[in-house]
Design a protein around this ligand. Structure first.
Ligand SMILES: Nc1ncnc2c1ncn2[C@@H]1O[C@H](COP(=O)(O)OP(=O)(O)O)[C@@H](O)[C@H]1O
Ligand SMILES: [Mg+2]
Length: 444
């Protein structure tokens, strides 16, 4: 037989004789035993030392065994201690009541020591198993919770880095595209410059030579008013007088053309400012103008539609500190989107509607925001954007265009340039069939 000396047994009985009898044989069996003469005494003292099992008499003066058991089961600290009732009654109802109150077993009086020991041992073993299982289950639950927590954390980390990675990738692709476009444009602008200077320089000489040759010719005509048929006929054939009169205006318009090429080349160089990695103070109007110049081929009239009107309502702006390359990229995206929308509107419309849509215009309004910086509004009177699309328009890959036409990245990149790179604000307002307005606010 086991001798679990560490196991503590409480006996509660109002009969001293019973108490002593049980106490003796349990102590002999190797248990530590404490005896109580009433339920009240047990309840009062149980918190000082917790037993492994309680033998509880049913019929007692004061609170009886059932009441005592109820109190034990209601108390958090004692509710799991196994209770075995001792009953002199062979009343089945009482036994059932005891078990339903949470007792694990009952012993019938008169007490048989062997029976009591057997039952106590069974319940002690059960109790230990229960405790072990509860502990195992608790640590399993803890482990599962920890695991779930870790999985959740890792998933969140992974999702986060995936998003960051794909955003970074697309930004990279886009800025790579922009910088190769910038290089190309800068290269073209540079290449144009040499012939331009050469033509401009020669144009001055051409004008001078022409004036002198004309003067010389007129001198001839004066000295020899009658040079003979051959020369007079030739002069008439080639319309010499008209040529002499027309050439100065030809030269003047060529000079205008040269000025225009010089402007374009300057815009190209402005647009492609190679140094994208540094903030500099710039005039935003220059950025907008050079972007519009680059897009000129899409703004001017085409066989499908007349020119898109560009209305500039420019306020007086302070210089702002920003990255010119990315800033141009933002304007490029916003203007290109408006023009795309206009084109699509024309493609969709029938003839009558086409005429209706002929008044396509983009209005650019700028003004200073006191104590902050500047505001730029780019509005078109195009087809507008349905609210469902508008609410997610700045998310990557949101596009209404067919594959190959749109990537859905333009606005998400514009947003990250304005908001993340410049600490500014980019918002979109739109009404279907009325138009769309993008508002940019930039700190100085
Ligand atoms: N001015 C505008 N008018 C109408 N729709 C617009 C306008 N600007 C943007 N959109 C809508 O927003 C979508 C997302 O634009 P964007 O991010 O530049 O990607 P993409 O131009 O490649 O489609 C466009 O496909 C278009 O449906
Ligand atoms: Mg776009």
């Amino acid at each position: 037989m086991e001798t679990p000396s560490q196991d503590i047994i409480f006996i509660v009985d109002d009969s001293r004789t019973n108490l002593e009898y049980i106490l003796t044989f349990l102590t002999d069996a190797g248990f530590s035993v404490l005896a109580f003469q009433s339920g009240e005494e047990l309840i009062e003292k149980i918190n000082n030392m917790m037993p492994n099992i309680i033998l509880l008499d049913v019929v007692m003066s004061g609170i009886d065994g059932f009441e005592t058991c109820k109190i034990l089961k209601k108390t958090e600290a004692t509710k799991d201690i196994p209770v075995i009732f001792m009953t002199g009654l062979s009343d089945t109802l009482d036994k059932i009541k005891g078990l339903s109150l949470g007792a694990v077993d009952y012993i019938t009086k008169p007490i048989q020591p062997e029976e009591v020991l057997a039952r106590i041992n069974v319940h002690l073993r059960l109790q230990k198993e229960i405790i072990q299982r509860t502990q195992a289950q608790a640590s399993l639950e803890k482990l599962t919770a920890e695991l779930e927590q870790r999985v959740e954390e890792r998933t969140a980390e992974l999702t986060d880095s995936l998003t960051k990675l794909s955003n970074a990738k697309f930004q990279l692709i886009q800025s790579e595209k922009m910088s190769s476009l910038g290089e190309l444009v800068a290269g073209v602008a540079h290449e144009i410059n040499n012939p331009l200077n050469f033509i401009t320089g020669n144009m001055a000489l051409l004008e001078e030579y022409f004036t002198e040759i004309t003067a010389h010719l007129q001198l001839y005509q004066k000295k020899f008013p009658d040079p003979g048929y051959e020369i007079l006929d030739h002069g008439e054939d080639i319309e010499l007088n008209y040529m002499i009169k027309d050439l100065p205006s030809m030269i003047a318009s060529m000079k205008l053309g040269l000025d225009r090429i010089r402007e374009i080349s300057l815009s190209l160089r402005n647009f492609s400012r190679a140094d994208q990695s540094k903030k500099i103070t710039i005039n935003i109007h220059e950025c907008i103008d050079s972007t519009l110049m680059i897009l000129q081929h899409r703004i001017k009239a085409s066989p499908e539609r007349p020119e898109i009107k560009i209305i500039k309502d420019y306020g007086k702006l302070p210089l702002v500190n920003c990255y010119p390359g990315p800033m141009n990229q933002v304007f490029m995206n916003l203007f290109a989107n408006a023009i795309d929308a206009f084109d699509e509107q024309i493609n969709r419309a029938d003839y009558l509607n086409k005429i209706h849509h002929l008044d396509q215009k983009i209005t650019i309004t700028t003004c200073e925001i006191p104590d902050y910086g500047i505001s730029i509004k780019i509005a078109d009177n195009g087809p507008g954007i349905a609210e469902e699309l508008r609410s997610k328009i700045f998310d990557p890959f949101i596009t209404s265009k067919s594959r190959g036409q749109g990537t859905g990245l333009g606005l998400s990149i514009a947003r990250s340039i304005i908001v993340e790179k410049h600490g500014g604000l980019l918002e979109c307002y739109s009404k279907v069939n009325e138009g769309t307005e993008f508002t940019i606010e930039l700190p100085k």
